[in-house]
Ligand binder design. Structure first.
Ligand SMILES: [Zn+2]
Length: 253
């Protein structure tokens, strides 16, 4: 099958896929939020879809649900354009996706996010739904801590200065976007933001006080030296790790 996006398929194509054992669905979530002066608001959303399609190919017999475009982004609301969903709307959307798909025969639901703010909500939704539907499987991707550790190890592997991959509109995210969707990057506007270590404490400060508490431009990291070729390596490494994690979680349950 060449197209794995459910929203681009017809119902008979989806039925044939189900008959052929495609019983896994990835539900990607992103965000529509400020990404500094140099990346478009939909950055997480387009990365989430690309990541889901790549993961679906690696897993096999897996389709991809329409991306949930806005996410939980209260901490970015101080800058224009950001949309943030109420947590109950976000979880309600995912639950309604699942209520619809489970009646068609899908049995395994993989919830991933390219936006850190969605991670803990996804874990809660997965555990709630696992109790509600014991005959179905619900798994999430990397934990926020796993992702932060992965980004800082990739930063070191690439010999980037510490803090360049701060986690938001940084060298990592800007390079990935330059690789996947360069049309959404304005490199001439890229400036360094907060370049300290993105520790748990700093993240808590951001989630409580908003991004402006640490960075005026909304950037965590330094995007000035971003390169598409490095973005390809970042993306592939992250996808390998995501695939391994999801595969293990699917086998565990
Ligand atoms: Zn982002």
């Amino acid at each position: 099958m060449s197209n794995l996006l459910l929203e681009e398929m017809t119902w008979p194509e989806i039925k044939t896929a189900l008959d052929n054992g495609f019983n896994k669905v990835i539900i990607p979530s992103g965000s529509i939020e400020q990404h500094g002066p140099h990346l478009a608001q939909l950055s997480d959303t387009v990365i989430a879809e690309a990541s889901a399609v790549d993961l679906a190919k690696r897993l096999g017999k897996t389709l991809v649900a329409p991306v949930i475009r806005p996410g939980l982004s209260d901490h970015h609301l101080s800058l224009p354009g950001t949309i943030s969903l109420r947590p109950e709307i976000f979880s309600g959307l995912i639950e309604d996706y699942i209520n619809s798909y489970k009646n068609h025969g899908f049995k395994q639901f993989i919830m991933i996010s390219s936006h850190g703010g969605n991670f803990s909500a996804l874990d809660e939704i997965a555990s709630k739904l696992s109790q509600k539907h014991p005959n179905l499987k619900f798994v999430t991707g990397l934990s926020l801590q796993d992702l932060l550790d992965l980004i800082s190890s990739m930063e070191a592997d690439e010999n980037m200065p510490e803090g360049a991959c701060g986690g938001h509109a940084c060298d990592y995210e800007t390079s990935v976007l330059l690789y996947l969707f360069p049309q959404h990057v304005r490199m001439d506007k890229a400036r360094a933001g907060y370049v300290g270590k993105p520790t748990r404490e700093v993240l808590d400060q951001i989630y409580k006080g908003g991004i402006a508490a640490v960075s005026e431009t909304g950037v965590l990291g330094n995007p000035c030296y971003a390169k598409a070729e490095r973005g390809r390596r970042y993306f592939e490494k992250e996808q390998e790790t995501l695939f391994k994690t999801v595969k293990e979680k699917l086998n565990e349950q």
